[in-house]
Design a protein around this ligand. Structure first.
Ligand SMILES: NC(=O)C1=CN([C@@H]2O[C@H](COP(=O)(O)OP(=O)(O)OC[C@H]3O[C@@H](n4cnc5c(N)ncnc54)[C@H](OP(=O)(O)O)[C@@H]3O)[C@@H](O)[C@H]2O)C=CC1
Ligand SMILES: N[C@@H](CC=O)C(=O)O
Length: 417
């Protein structure tokens, strides 16, 4: 029978409360009962055995009862930041933002209100940038040395790299949905991942799909991975399969955005850069010391429609439609040959490429529908029959679920309360 409940408390600071960040907060709140009662055996070293006084059988039972305790987990959200400010609990060492406040925070951000609109609720403070980032470092320094802290990056910016690296060096853990900190300069990547046990980034590739976990396990087993091939963009997968049904490119891209599949600026998807980032994350995991410049990337729009020339809004309102005709022609040409278009990523010892390919309609890639990703991993053990991972590869819900699973996966590094 379980002994008295022991609990790990995981203090969390969330960077970014957009589509993914808000879903994460909702998942944290709704999963509290599940996590509190997590039935996971935890090994507790038994006390040294004294000579049996009451006979062997009794001693054996006592040792077993002591060996396993049942552990629950409590996630304490101590701070939430957006692009301009940080909402933080009054005393991050002892308290978090309560669930009612987190729920209201999600509603306020969805309605476009600033985090400061929640100040009247009490037990929290708001700091605006740049002071806000200093406060995150203060919390990371203090909690990293004592209880531990998980810094969760659900932003879509390069600006968090220094902060995350600093936090890791103070003993904090990091969980990423944001791919940019892992696709920065190689030296920065090395620093950030130098304490590999403290960092999780499953959702950066394939959203909630276990791609990183599978690659990491194969590497750990000494089975050399020779090639990874796949369709790693939920947005481009959705767009390409909708085009087969005769829909207009500009319309399906807007729908993909409304479904939460695209990056904040959909040009990140259409340029191939988002897939290239995923390819770089996987290639670096395989030990390749490469950077973005080493990846061949095919963009689906010309530089005249780039972010240096027009805003995201202008691109969506007028730029996107300029692409309809040329994409439609490519789809039709492929169809005449019995093929469909898929945005394919290939990572091997000889290089990384991401781009549009014609593939047979009845192939594994050709059969993909909607936002599904598919990844084939080839290694010595998986050479003639690759390991295949397939399923929903984008969306706020599944991505946030992947982030939450990563946070929970860190529980063994945290103290029991
Ligand atoms: N959607 C998906 O399917 C998947 C998404 N991801 C990744 O998840 C991340 C989040 O995506 P999504 O939620 O759609 O993006 P959103 O644009 O909806 O949200 C981004 C959030 O980050 C905040 N932010 C911007 N800069 C900073 C900063 N310097 N510090 C703290 N917060 C900041 C924004 O603030 P403000 O509210 O003020 O604008 C916003 O709250 C992205 O990196 C994306 O690539 C990964 C896998 C799948
Ligand atoms: N925009 C991305 C989201 C996940 O990384 C995609 O479409 O795959």
């Amino acid at each position: 029978m379980p002994q008295a409940q022991a609990r790990s408390v995981l203090p969390v600071v969330l960077l970014g409360c957009g589509g993914v960040g808000r879903h994460l907060l909702r998942h944290i709140v709704s999963c509290r009962p599940l996590h509190a009662n997590q039935v996971r055996p935890r090994f507790i070293a038994p006390p040294p055995l004294s000579p049996p006084r009451f006979g062997g059988a009794l001693v054996t039972r006592t040792v077993h009862a002591n060996r396993f305790r049942w552990q629950g987990v409590a996630i304490r959200v101590v701070g939430v930041a957006d692009s301009s400010s940080l909402l933080v609990a009054d005393d991050v060492r002892t308290s978090g933002l309560d669930d009612a406040l987190l729920t209201d925070l999600c509603a306020a951000k969805s309605a476009g209100s600033p985090l400061s609109s929640l100040l009247s609720r009490g037990h929290c403070q708001v700091f605006n940038k740049p002071e806000a980032m200093g406060k995150v470092i203060d919390a990371a320094t203090m909690l990293g040395r004592t209880t531990g802290l998980v810094l969760v990056d659900c932003s879509a910016t390069n600006d968090t790299v220094a902060l995350l690296t600093d936090a890791v060096s103070h003993g904090c853990c990091v969980v990423l949905a944001n791919k940019k900190p892992l696709t920065c300069a190689y030296e920065d990547y090395e620093k950030l991942t130098s304490h590999f046990r403290q960092i999780r980034f499953e959702s950066t590739v394939g959203a909630g799909l276990p791609v990183i976990a599978s690659v990491t396990r194969i590497i750990a087993s000494g089975d050399p991975i020779s090639r990874i091939v796949g369709s790693l963009s939920g947005t481009l997968g959705y767009v390409m399969s909708e085009l087969e049904d005769g829909k207009r490119f500009s319309e399906v891209v807007k729908t993909a955005k409304s479904l939460g599949y695209t990056e904040p600026d959909p040009r990140d998807d259409l340029s191939g850069m988002d897939v290239a980032r995923k390819a770089l994350i996987l290639a670096r995991l395989l030990g390749q010391q490469i950077s973005m410049e080493n990846i061949n990337v095919e963009s689906l729009y010309p530089s005249e429609l780039g972010s240096e020339v027009m805003s995201t809004t202008d691109f969506l309102e007028s730029g996107l439609a300029q692409l309809d005709e040329r994409i439609e022609e490519r789809v039709k040409a492929a169809s005449l040959r019995g093929n469909v278009l898929r945005y394919v990523c290939v990572i091997s010892d000889t290089g990384c490429q991401v781009g549009l390919q014609e593939v047979p309609k009845d192939s594994a890639l050709g059969r993909l529908r909607g936002s599904d990703n598919v990844v084939e991993i080839y290694s010595r053990c998986y050479e003639s029959s690759p390991l295949v991972i397939q399923g929903a590869g984008a969306g706020n819900d599944t991505t946030a679920a992947g982030v939450l699973a990563d946070i929970i996966d860190l529980q063994d590094l945290f103290r029991l309360a």
